[in-house]
Every structure is written in structure tokens, then in C-alpha cells.
Design a protein around this ligand. Structure first.
Ligand code: PHE
Length: 503
């Protein structure tokens, strides 16, 4: 606490209230007083209100009139002395300033008149008056202003007139009225701003005083930064999923085993997708453990080799070592597979989604990067069919403003049937593929221990594609990577997702 703050508290203790800080602490400027009062108020030591008073000071000319009398008095005295005065001589005798104002005001007061020969003389009213007894209103008001007495009794019009004539200037003094606060005392304990775990564990918090929250604080204004377009579109997808009862899968594990990325999904070990040209393998560490679930592993070996759960398998020698290789996940269906295996512990209708990065060893060009984002959905329910998948896809894409879908049969190792989803592109005047989908195979689901009648449908699409269309980006490198321009966001005002997602 500063000395001045202590001084204020002591005065307050002595007087019970400080009616005018200006009177009590004349040596302190109003800014000093205000900041001392503010910090004491934050501790509830006192309350205060601000009193602004308008003040007037005489200018040099104002002070001169106060000393020597007004110009109108000067003029009438001169006329009395001379008997009369030619109008043209007024300026030369008194000076232009004094002459002009003096003459106007003397006329206004009815002190002077013009005679037939155009000379000024004293009006009848002043003929027998001792001019020393004449009330000099201008002078007396200036005196009153100088003494700062009863300023409210002065007609505001007169004050305005004096301001205009530059005889006075307006100022302001700030005063404060101070009373005791709810926690008034003449000492100041420092208020705590944070509750720490120490204070809680030692019980120290019980005897501490905490600073009240300032809910009116404006905070620091952050005027820079923007969300990346991919994050914006991702957020819109998330909201669509949430609105349809989906839960988000944890998607922060970029490195997967070959097992979850491929084998669990019934992708045979000689499938071209597993080639080095398509998939990034991790060198260090080279391998990982297989899942603990021995029954599951046995089932996977069986479905790959000779078949099980109604299939005849691929008829090759399945090698666990291939499963142990580590890869950068090539699709988010690897996450879905792990989640479905978890679901087998307690099978029930479930809706899951993820939107995150996947990696493919692709030649980078205008529309391909070696990494991109996948939007992935999984829906498990009893006895659902391909009809449910079609209906669900229509609903899902309708929420993005995309209607009139067409479906084309396709092949995925892990789904059967599988369908590519197409939508009509007005701009290109053709059908474009917007997603891939299917019913997960019994070989995959029943291997995990999921009941036969709990069917699972899934689909995936890229996040980049709708984002590029929405933000009218031709080259993906304008959207991701070191070539992205700082002005990108500014020059690409977001159109609404549901209006032109697949234009
Ligand atoms: N994994 C597929 C892809 O990468 C998408 C998909 C997910 C298809 C789930 C069917 C079921 O394109």
C-alpha cells in the first residue's frame, strides 16, 4: 500500500467521510487521487463518487478589464470628459478593440446617444450621474468569476458571451467524495488472486482474503488469427454428426499396426494397397505387438487363410509378422476397426465418427498430398440392410445441402456390398464421386466377436475436397503446407457450407 493510500484511510478513519479530496489533499492531482481510490475500492476499503465542477479563469484581457474597468465605462468617461465625440474618433482615441466593444455595449446599456451632428454624447439618463457610481456589470461579473463565488447565479448567456469575447476560459476540476467501504480498516492485507492447491491442502485459504472477480473487464483484445478453412469445414461436419447422435472416436494416433490398418479389415497381405509405393512404413521401431485377444487373432488368421463365418478366405499363408509392421494409417477405418473390436465386449447400436489425418504415399500434384483428412462414419444396429445405408447416406448428405445422390457398386476388401456415392455437379455438368461406403463384412465383424445380427455400415470422404470447392481453391497446396498465402483467409470469404459444398 502506498503512503498516500494509507493517508486516505487514516483521514477516513478520523473524519468518517471525506467530502472533498480536493480540500483535504490539495497537493495531489486528480489522477493520483483516482488511482489510489480505485485500488482501495478493489479491496472494499472505501466507496467513492466523482464530482466534476466547471471552473472559469480570467484571460489576460479579462484580468485587465477587472483592474481598469470595462470598455463601455472607459468610453462614457471619455465622452463626459470631452462633452461629445465624433463616431469616427472613437477608434482612434480608444483603439479598435476597446472602441468597438465599448461603443456597442454603451449603446446597449442606454448610456450614450447620437446627436444630430452624428456625435456621441451621454444619454439623458446619465446627464446628472456621477460616473464613478455607475455599475460596471462586466467588471463585477469578472470579479465574481475570479473569486469563484456563486457562479450558478450568473446567467449562462452572460458566461457564454464572456467566453466568446475571450475574457474567460472554461476548465474543469475533479473532486471525489469518499465514504467507508464494507471492509474498511486502516491496514491493507494483500488480496489473493488465485486459489492454489497449496492453499487448499494447508487450509490456508480459510484465513486468506480473495480479490473479487472483475466481470466487467474487457480483457485483452485479440485482433489477429483465424481458423484454418479445413478446421472450419471440419467443425461443420462435426456438428452434423453430433446432430445425428454420433460420438467422436479418438483419432490422435497416426501410427497404426498393419493389423488394424489392414488385416482386421480383411485386406489380404499381398494387396497392392500394402505396397511400399502406397503406404508409409515406420523404420524405428520396426514392429509392434499384436492384440492380446487370441481368439480374435485366430479368427483373423482363419478368415484370411481358409475362411470362416461363411467365407472361403483368400487361401494364402497369413503371416503375423506382416500385422506387426507399423504404418502411418492410410485410412481412418483403422480407428473404426479398433472401436468395433471394443464394441464386441458390449454389443449395442452405436454411431461413431472421426475426422482426422491419414497418409498415403502418393505423387503430390494439384489435388493430391501425401496426407489428407478423412471424414469417417460408422453406424451399428440390429438387422439393418443396404436400404438403411442408402437412406442414411441421403439424410447425411442432405444436411450438407447435397441431394439427389446416386450409388454405384464398388469393391472394398472390408465391405460388401460397397457403394461409391455420386452427386450431380452443376458447374461441371457431370456426376462426381463424393464418398465411399459399404456394409462391413461378416468376416471382419464376427471375427471380433460381434453378434451376427448387429450389422455395421460405414462410409468415408475426404475433408479437403468439399473445403476446396467451398473456398474455390484449385490447387491443394494453396490450402495446406508452406505455400499457403497469408492473405488466403481474407481473399476467400467463406460461403455457407450447405449452399455450395459440391457445386
Ligand atoms: N476407408 C474407405 C476409404 O478410405 C472409406 C470407407 C469407410 C468405406 C468405411 C467403407 C466403409 O475410402
Amino acid at each position: 500500500m502506498s503512503d498516500f493510500q494509507l493517508e486516505i484511510l487514516k483521514k477516513l478513519d478520523e473524519l468518517d467521510e471525506i467530502k472533498s479530496t480536493l480540500a483535504i489533499f490539495p497537493q495531489h492531482g486528480s489522477q493520483d487521487v483516482l488511482s489510489a481510490l480505485n485500488s482501495l475500492k478493489a479491496h472494499n476499503k472505501l466507496e467513492f463518487s466523482k464530482i466534476d465542477t466547471v471552473t472559469y479563469d480570467l484571460t489576460k484581457e479579462g484580468a485587465q478589464i477587472l483592474n481598469e474597468g470595462s470598455y463601455e465605462i472607459k468610453l462614457v468617461k471619455l465622452i463626459q470628459e470631452l462633452g461629445q465625440l465624433q463616431i469616427k474618433d472613437v477608434m482612434s482615441k480608444l483603439g479598435p478593440q476597446v472602441g468597438k466593444v465599448g461603443q456597442a455595449r454603451a449603446f446597449k446599456n442606454g448610456w450614450i446617444a447620437k446627436n444630430a451632428s452624428n456625435e456621441l454624447e451621454l444619454s439623458a439618463k446619465l446627464q446628472n450621474t456621477d460616473l464613478n457610481d455607475l455599475a460596471d456589470e462586466t467588471q463585477s461579473i469578472l470579479a465574481q468569476i475570479k473569486d469563484n463565488s456563486h457562479l450558478d447565479s450568473i446567467d449562462p448567456k452572460i458566461l457564454n458571451d464572456l467566453k466568446k469575447r475571450k475574457l474567460i476560459v472554461q476548465g474543469k476540476i475533479t473532486d471525489f467524495h469518499v465514504t467507508k467501504g464494507s471492509e474498511f480498516s486502516t491496514d491493507l492485507t494483500k488480496l489473493e488472486t488465485d486459489l492454489t492447491s497449496d492453499m487448499v491442502s494447508t487450509n490456508a485459504y480459510k484465513n486468506l482474503k480473495f480479490k473479487p472477480y472483475n466481470f466487467n473487464s474487457q480483457g485483452v483484445q485479440i485482433s489477429s488469427g483465424a481458423l484454418h478453412p479445413l478446421n472450419k469445414v471440419r467443425e461443420e461436419f462435426r456438428q452434423i454428426f453430433f446432430s445425428m447422435g454420433f460420438t467422436e472416436m479418438p483419432s490422435n494416433q497416426y501410427v497404426e499396426t498393419g493389423f488394424w490398418n489392414f488385416d482386421a479389415l480383411y485386406v489380404p497381405q499381398q494387396h497392392p494397397a500394402r505396397d511400399l509405393q502406397d503406404t508409409f512404413y515406420i523404420k524405428d521401431p520396426l514392429t509392434a505387438d499384436l492384440p492380446d485377444d487370441k481368439t480374435y487373432l485366430g479368427n483373423i488368421k482363419a478368415v484370411h487363410e481358409q475362411g470362416r463365418f461363411g467365407s472361403i478366405g483368400y487361401r494364402y499363408n497369413w503371416k503375423p509378422e506382416e500385422c506387426q509392421k507399423l504404418v502411418l494409417r492410410t485410412h481412418s477405418t483403422a480407428i473404426s476397426a479398433r472401436m468395433l473390436h471394443d464394441l464386441a465386449k458390449d454389443p449395442k447400436p452405436t454411431r461413431l465418427f472421426s475426422i482426422d489425418r491419414v497418409f498415403r504415399n502418393e505423387a503430390v500434384d494439384a489435388t493430391h498430398l501425401a496426407e489428407f483428412h478423412q471424414v469417417e462414419g460408422v453406424l451399428a444396429d440390429y438387422n439393418i440392410t443396404l436400404g438403411d445405408l442408402i437412406k442414411f447416406m441421403e439424410e447425411f448428405f442432405e444436411r450438407m445441402g447435397v441431394t439427389g445422390l446416386r450409388f454405384k457398386p464398388t469393391y472394398n476388401p472390408y465391405t460388401e456390398p460397397s457403394m461409391e456415392i455420386f452427386s450431380w455437379h452443376e458447374g461441371l455438368q457431370k456426376w462426381v464421386e463424393i464418398g465411399n461406403s459399404g456394409m462391413f463384412r461378416p468376416e471382419m465383424l464376427e471375427s471380433m466377436g460381434l453378434p451376427k445380427d448387429l450389422r455395421v455400415l460405414g462410409w468415408g470422404l475426404s475433408l479437403e475436397r468439399p473445403t476446396m470447392i467451398k473456398y474455390k481453391v484449385q490447387n491443394i497446396r494453396e490450402l495446406l503446407g508452406h505455400k499457403v498465402s497469408l492473405d488466403f483467409i481474407e481473399t476467400n470469404p467463406a460461403a455457407r457450407l450447405d449452399e455450395d459444398l459440391y457445386e
